[in-house]
Design a protein around this ligand. Structure first.
Ligand SMILES: *[C@@H]1O[C@H](CO)[C@@H](O)[C@H](O)[C@H]1NC(C)=O
Ligand SMILES: *[C@@H]1O[C@H](CO)[C@@H](O)[C@H](O)[C@H]1NC(C)=O
Length: 176
């Protein structure tokens, strides 16, 4: 008969397994960097709370902030806002691009299973305007809140910040 004994190794393995399950399916707390989501997320020292039940785009809506695998570089992840849902027609303005064949405005219809994503800082964001529609399968989760730990008490008197720079990340499309 096989007896299960909780050796330190199995305890650690179980903990790691739980951590992996949590990280994959429930929740993630991750540092973000970059200027593309200013002013919603700071360019450094910001940490985001990500709910994994929205992975693969499940339940995502127009205006949601999401974390996704970067389509042009699977080793990187991006934080963007959904600004077009499947079936939506997008007017692409490529004027911010330095080069590329299409230097004129064009319309794109977002195909099934894809979304259009942009950074809140349009002039400093690499997004669907350059890599086109994002497959929903690349969405890892939805950003619901963020912390800036350089603001231990509150952010420079700004009311929208709580302790440790906490604030909810709003859906700008539905809540404005
Ligand atoms: C976009 O990023 C640039 C570079 O960091 C910054 O100067 C600018 O203020 C940002 N725009 C917004 C709307 O925050
Ligand atoms: C992801 O979503 C697509 C449709 O959007 C669906 O066909 C697929 O089964 C989903 N995959 C998972 C792992 O949920």
């Amino acid at each position: 008969m096989l007896r299960t004994i909780a050796t330190p190794t199995t305890v650690v393995l179980r903990a790691l397994c739980m951590l992996h399950i949590t990280h994959t399916y429930l929740y993630e707390f991750t540092e973000t960097k970059g200027e593309s989501m200013l002013p919603t997320l700071s360019s450094s020292n910001d940490y985001v709370h990500v709910l994994k039940k929205y992975r693969n785009g499940t339940g995502c809506q127009m205006g949601d902030c999401i974390v996704a695998v970067k389509p042009t570089d699977p080793s990187h992840r991006v934080c963007k806002r959904i600004t077009g849902m499947p079936g939506d027609i997008i007017l692409v303005d490529p004027s911010h691009l330095e080069d590329g064949p299409a230097r004129f405005e064009q319309f794109i219809q977002v195909p099934k299973g894809h979304v259009w994503v942009t950074g809140d800082n349009l002039s400093h964001s690499l997004d669907s305007r350059s890599y086109n529609v994002l497959p929903m399968a690349l969405i890892k989760g939805k950003i619901i809140a963020a912390n800036d730990f350089t603001e231990p008490m509150r952010g420079n008197g700004e009311k929208r910040f709580g302790m440790f720079g906490f604030r909810w990340i709003k859906n700008t499309y539905l809540n404005d």
